[in-house]
Design a protein around this ligand. Structure first.
Ligand code: 5GP
Length: 180
């Protein structure tokens, strides 16, 4: 695999697509076990835009009835978290009385996911589970429990597989890290 140039920065290959597929297989197996007897279909919540590839890969491995919903949030600008969680686009369906499985691409400090879980509970969701493809354990500081984690990675800025650097890089199927 080759390095890629996005805006002014170079990124080098970091996590292969086949490794990501293994991590997603693991999450899917746990969800299939946990929801095999669910009577009320849960909502799979895709956190746009970053989680779009992960959500698509995950949902095709899920074998129980579910509803797909989405929401757009943003707290990142450039390569550093701005710390604020901003609701950019509302939820596409009501969550009241529902079990919601949040599909997030990556959890960094945990601020975004904690705020999102809180917001869904305020809106009346019955049960909120957190599912993230990637976690940076060294910087995670939220007290929120993460129910399903695909893979842990060091504290570095990555792109690809849905993740962007100022909107570029989402289309690559492998993950790349900032080459410094
Ligand atoms: P947190 O609130 O956990 O600090 O940040 C979570 C959000 O920041 C994620 O949803 C993701 O959009 C963004 N983010 C965190 N780390 C990275 C990274 O390494 N690369 C990219 N492109 N986005 C990241």
């Amino acid at each position: 695999m080759e390095k890629i140039l996005l805006h002014d920065k170079t990124f080098r290959p970091f996590i292969s697509y086949s490794r990501l597929e293994q991590a997603i297989d693991g999450i899917a197996a746990k969800l299939n076990e946990d929801f095999k007897d669910a009577t009320d279909p849960p909502q799979l919540l895709c956190v746009l835009n970053g989680a779009v590839m992960f959500t698509a890969e995950l949902m095709k491995r899920l074998s129980f009835p579910l509803e797909l919903i989405s929401l757009k949030l943003s707290s990142y600008q450039g390569t550093k978290s701005s710390g604020k969680v901003l609701e950019v686009m509302g939820l596409t369906a009501p969550v009241e009385g529902k079990t919601v499985i949040i599909c997030e691409d990556i959890v960094d400090t945990g601020g975004t996911i904690a705020a999102l879980k809180h917001m869904l509970q305020e809106k009346g969701a019955k049960d909120v589970r957190i599912c993230t493809m990637l976690l940076k354990p060294d910087v995670f500081k939220a007290r929120t429990h993460l129910d399903y984690v695909g893979m842990e990675i060091p504290n570095a800025f990555i792109v690809g597989f849905g993740l962007d650097y100022d909107e570029l890089g989402r289309n690559y199927k492998d993950i790349y890290v900032l080459d410094e």
